[in-house]
Design a protein around this ligand. Structure first.
Ligand code: ATP
Length: 248
């Protein structure tokens, strides 16, 4: 049977600064327990789509002017980012955004702040993160600013995991990382999906790696969904190969 719909984005339009129309009617669905990739070139609107979902547009002077967003059947456009975290929707922003002066472990702990956990539960939550990211356990006392880009990306995902998410909005996890580290991170994403049932909406310019790990993909071009389909079908599609996979 088909999994339940977790997230449904229905024809959203987004305008920045009252005049710049960036999303021109984007619709997409994330079924429960799936990894969905949001693909497209730099500037296509991937980050804007994630920001619209997690209600982070206002700080960028952007707003959703048409369409709607539903999470588990509930309209969520008016919920604050903190409300969304409490409902299990957590965004990992592009560029990792660790607190450079805090240790890796302190960075992870900031991810649990909405949960009001006691010490024992916090320790259990940390151990869960360290099970998926053994490297973070080794580096837990290190100041985040002095760890590698890959470790910072892992810490950013681990921080999201500390909030006990049902769905992670993951923005460009491969950015600036060596191919081997990218694979390592995507393997962990797959593990989290398969073992914990966490769903992912994954914005990626790296079409190749995203389609190997995702179940389904949407390709954005200039603020519109130009194509969508099962990841395997997209990876075989001649246009996708030519324009996004660099082979023909
Ligand atoms: P990237 O890989 O760079 O994140 P993207 O597909 O995520 O690309 P967006 O960041 O969503 O694309 O940007 C889509 C368009 O919106 C771009 O043309 C960008 O210049 C524009 N844009 C983004 N943020 C703002 C803003 N705060 N004000 C005005 N325009 C913006």
């Amino acid at each position: 049977s088909e999994p339940a719909v977790l997230l449904n984005v229905n024809g959203i339009e987004v305008i920045y600064n009252h005049v710049i129309l960036v999303l021109k009617g984007v619709s997409l669905t994330v079924p429960e327990g799936r990894i969905v990739a949001l693909l497209g070139a730099n500037g296509a609107g991937k980050t804007t789509t994630l920001r619209a979902i997690s209600n982070l547009l206002r700080g960028e002077r952007g707003e959703v002017t048409k369409g709607g967003i539903e999470y588990r059947g509930e309209r969520i456009e008016s919920l604050s980012p903190a409300d969304l975290v409490q409902r299990g929707v957590v965004q990992v922003m592009e560029g990792r955004h660790c607190f450079a002066h805090l240790s890796i472990e302190e960075n992870l702990l900031t991810g649990a702040y909405t949960r009001r956990l006691g010490r024992a539960d916090l320790d259990a939550a940390l151990e869960r993160v360290y099970r998926y990211f053994p490297r973070l356990k080794q580096r837990r006392k290190s100041q985040a600013g002095y760890t590698s880009g890959g470790e910072q990306q892992m810490a950013a995902i681990g921080r999201a995991l500390m909030a006990d998410p049902r769905m992670i909005l993951l923005d460009e996890p491969s950015m600036g990382l060596a191919p081997q580290i990218v694979e390592e991170i995507f393997e962990i994403v797959r593990d989290l999906n398969q073992r914990e049932g966490v769903s992912f909406l994954l914005a990626e310019q790296n079409t190749n790696v995203a389609l190997r790990y995702a179940d389904y993909g949407y390709i954005l071009e200039n603020g519109r969904v130009m194509m969508d389909g099962a990841a395997r079908a997209l990876a075989e599609n001649e246009d996708v190969k030519e324009f996004y996979l660099g082979v023909s």
